[in-house]
Design a protein around this ligand. Structure first.
Ligand code: FES
Length: 87
């Protein structure tokens, strides 16, 4: 599991292995638009302010992934214990 923080509110949420970031946020009333939910379309792209995503998408280029300043929360996860999201 890892933790996400929503920058605008400061609230933390835990993402267990069985759930995605999008699912956890949705359960807490924060809706991120999604389409494919498989890392293909880029609809859910969210900016990452702090922490390192574990990119599981097929949308970004390697160069974009290496910047670690955005990720696809429908399927990607975290390499660090925490991600701060620009939401
Ligand atoms: Fe398609 Fe996340 S919803 S990449």
């Amino acid at each position: 599991a890892f933790r996400i923080q929503v920058a605008s509110t400061g609230d933390y949420y835990t993402v267990p292995p069985s759930r995605t970031v999008v699912q956890v946020l949705e359960e807490n009333g924060i809706d991120i638009p999604v389409s494919c939910e498989q890392g293909v379309c880029g609809t859910c792209i969210t900016r990452v302010l702090c922490g390192t995503p574990d990119h599981r998408d097929m949308y970004f280029t390697d160069e974009e992934r290496d910047k670690n300043d955005q990720f696809t929360p429908c399927c990607s996860r975290a390499k660090t214990a925490e991600l701060v999201l620009d939401l």
